[in-house]
Design a protein around this ligand. Structure first.
Ligand SMILES: C[S@@+](CC[C@H](N)C(=O)[O-])C[C@H]1O[C@@H](n2cnc3c(N)ncnc32)[C@H](O)[C@@H]1O
Length: 234
């Protein structure tokens, strides 16, 4: 288990889960540490009341595991009337994104430094207009599949918090993860995949800036795939 991260109880109260992956990388620069100390508290979501301070926005988007923040910073600049909530347990990713917010002056990003389950616990039903889960940690060995972020109960939570007709976007370069996610999303039954041809999953999302992980996938010869699922009535 990641040091400093407590096991978290999902709001269905059924079981505790572990957070896999890195909580910290190399030491932060003085500038980054300063941002974490001074700027992060004001941008942090209050998980007991996650929509506090977001009511004035037209839409609320969530990005789960935003890594270095390339995508969320780009989307927030594109849509200033939308609130972007980024959820990320990796401190260095938080620090990088804080630096991006500081340099750009963006005011429509909020952060949760921790597990997505923690953020979702008190989030009301049908409160989000979009969810991105871009290149979740692959955990390619079958014995580690249980560590994958996408699991049946998380898909159930995405269905609960997403508004009807809105999109869950999932990108991955790992064929076994794509299969894994599809089986679970279809089994849930609350999402539609409207692809007409393979061009659909080979085509990047509109305005896509790329991410750090994606650049690595290309360098290492893996092909990214982009999926758009629509949350149906339910
Ligand atoms: C492979 S990286 C991809 C980062 C970024 N989306 C990109 O494309 O560059 C996966 C990210 O998911 C984050 N992550 C892992 N478990 C998570 C969880 N339970 N809740 C939220 N984020 C999580 C990791 O810390 C990591 O930054």
């Amino acid at each position: 288990m990641v040091k400093g991260m407590a096991n978290l109880k999902p709001n269905n109260g059924q079981r505790y889960r572990r957070l896999w992956g890195r909580a910290k990388g190399k030491p932060l620069s003085v500038y980054q540490s300063g941002l974490v100390e001074t700027n992060l508290p004001a941008l942090c979501i209050d998980v007991k009341n996650p929509l506090a301070g977001l009511k004035s926005y037209d839409n609320i988007h969530m990005e789960v595991g935003f890594g270095g923040g390339e995508h969320i910073l780009h989307r927030a600049a594109e849509a200033p009337d939308t609130a972007f909530v980024g959820v990320e347990p990796f401190l260095n990713g938080i620090a990088k994104t804080l630096a991006g917010i500081d340099r750009s002056g963006l005011t429509n990003i909020r952060l949760h430094h921790g597990d997505v389950w923690h953020f979702l616990a008190n989030l009301p039903d049908a409160s989000l207009d979009h969810i991105d889960i871009l290149y979740p940690d692959p955990w390619p060995k079958p014995r580690h599949y249980k560590r994958r972020l996408i699991q049946e109960d998380l898909i159930g939570e995405f269905f609960r918090v997403l508004k009807q007709g809105k999109e869950l976007n999932f990108a991955s370069d790992i064929p076994s993860y794509v299969d894994w996610a599809f089986v679970r999303i279809f089994r849930h039954g609350g999402f539609t995949w409207n692809a007409q041809s393979c061009a659909d999953w080979q085509t990047q999302y509109a305005g896509w800036p790329g991410t750090r992980y994606e650049a690595k996938a290309y360098r290492e010869g893996r092909t990214p795939h982009y999926f758009r699922f629509v949350r149906e009535l339910g």
